[in-house]
Design a protein around this ligand. Structure first.
Ligand code: NAD
Ligand code: MG
Length: 383
């Protein structure tokens, strides 16, 4: 019997690669629902190819446009947050792939868990802002949260058959991004184009900027804490420019177990969808002879202090990780619209963390309120 999947964000980098995995495994995977923001041309092509019965787009106008385009087929079309939740809770789906970007994914992910769906989680912002709600809820509902993020998939694979209480630390690898080795002053005038040039991975714009600031690694530290139940001081970021070792775990006896591979997101997607099985990935495997050398270095926390802010946010707890994430989302959007300079991204995050009211154990409503308070604070200072 094939596994039925719903995809939040099918037109993005993770979404399209998920569909590629579906195409490689037509007997085993079936797409029953999917959503996108606004790329209707690609979405229409995907719908005609994968034939889901329910789809959703960003706005009512886009939904009307899509209805006209698809007037020849029988399909349910929704929009907005209600549409995302409908896709996430689609009656037929066994697993929801959260390939949407940003904390807009929080409510649909929670709705999916409540509906008993397993989650293949790419949307790390969800765990960063609502991990304290999502992880206990998943446990209560008996659903799995399977990591799609490459580092977390590597950690998950390294933990197979091991005992939680025998982990000494997680070695979370980072490429260092396009600005590795530069000083703070040298980043003063970098452009959007410079920041979008990731050395090893081709990804959506937001996460590519997050990689350039290293805030992505900060989000991943928080994501790892929630997924693997370790303490913050057990997570060490290791800069590894070749992106071959995708992350590793060190155990109490000193053994380090890691996962290596080419930088291809389809591997972690495939692993999450077929866990605990492995399947053939139709792609070029890693050639260690071509790689030759692997190097490791400590992160430069002075230049890339956004990464330190993530540890501070997690240490502070409560709604501070939400403030960290929401401020970063807004700052990255402003940078991508040429409204602020690159170095203002961590500055905005830091200012927001100091200024937005603290809430100790936020409910989901308070997480969303915190998002709004963070946006209001930023608008009051940076137009
Ligand atoms: P992307 O920008 O390429 O795609 C995002 C998708 O979400 C698109 O389909 C878009 O239409 C949809 N979307 C965005 N905003 C929306 C909204 N408000 N309403 C409805 N739909 C909306 O992003 P991506 O690079 O694929 O990243 C997706 C998630 O996966 C992010 O959380 C990212 O951090 C994580 N991730 C990505 C990669 C990667 O290689 N791209 C690797 C690891 C983790
Ligand atoms: Mg990652």
């Amino acid at each position: 019997m094939s596994q039925k999947i719903a995809i939040l964000g099918s037109t993005g980098s993770i979404g399209t690669q998920t569909l590629d995995i579906v195409s490689q495994n037509p007997e085993d995977l079936q797409v029953v629902a999917m959503s996108c923001g606004s790329n209707l041309d690609l979405f229409e092509t995907q719908i005609r190819k994968y034939k889901p019965s329910l789809v959703s787009v960003g706005t009512e106008d886009l939904a009307k446009d899509l209805k006209t385009r698809l007037s020849d087929i029988d399909i349910q079309i929704q929009y907005g947050m209600d549409g995302l939740i409908a896709v996430a809770t689609s009656a037929d789906a066994d697993t929801v792939v959260t390939a949407i970007v940003g904390m807009v994914g929080v409510q649909p992910t929670i709705a999916a868990i409540k509906a008993g769906k397993n989650i293949a989680l790419a949307n790390k912002e969800t765990l960063v802002t609502a991990g304290h709600i999502i992880m206990p809820l998943a446990k209560e509902k008996g659903v799995s949260i399977l990591p799609v993020d490459s580092e977390h998939s590597a950690i998950f694979q390294s933990l197979n058959g091991e005992r939680q209480n025998q982990i000494s630390k997680i070695l979370l690898t980072a490429s260092g991004g396009p600005f590795r080795g530069r000083s703070y002053e040298e980043l003063e005038n970098v452009t959007i184009e410079d920041a979008l040039k990731h050395p090893n991975w081709s990804m959506g714009a937001k996460i590519t900027i997050d990689s350039a600031t290293m805030i992505n690694k900060g989000l991943e530290v928080m994501e790892a804490k929630w997924l693997f139940g370790v303490n913050l001081n057990q997570i060490e970021v290791v800069v590894h420019p070749q992106s071959v070792l995708h992350s590793a775990v060190e155990f109490m006896d000193g053994a380090i177990i890691g996962q290596m591979g080419t930088p291809d997101m389809r591997l972690p997607i495939l692993y999450a969808l077929f866990y605990p099985n492995r399947k053939t990935l139709y792609a070029e495997p890693l050639d260690l002879f071509k790689v030759g050398t692997l190097t490791f270095e400590k992160p430069d926390l002075e230049t890339f202090y956004g990464l330190s802010l993530a540890y501070d946010a997690m240490d502070a707890g409560g709604n501070v990780p939400t403030v960290f994430n929401a401020a970063n989302e807004r700052a990255v959007a402003k940078f991508l619209h040429n409204k602020i300079k690159f170095l203002e991204i961590p500055e905005i995050v830091s200012e927001a963390m100091m200024n937005v009211d603290f809430i100790s154990n936020p409910t989901i409503e308070q997480v969303l309120e915190t998002e709004q308070m963070t946006y209001d604070f930023i608008e009051s200072r940076w137009q």
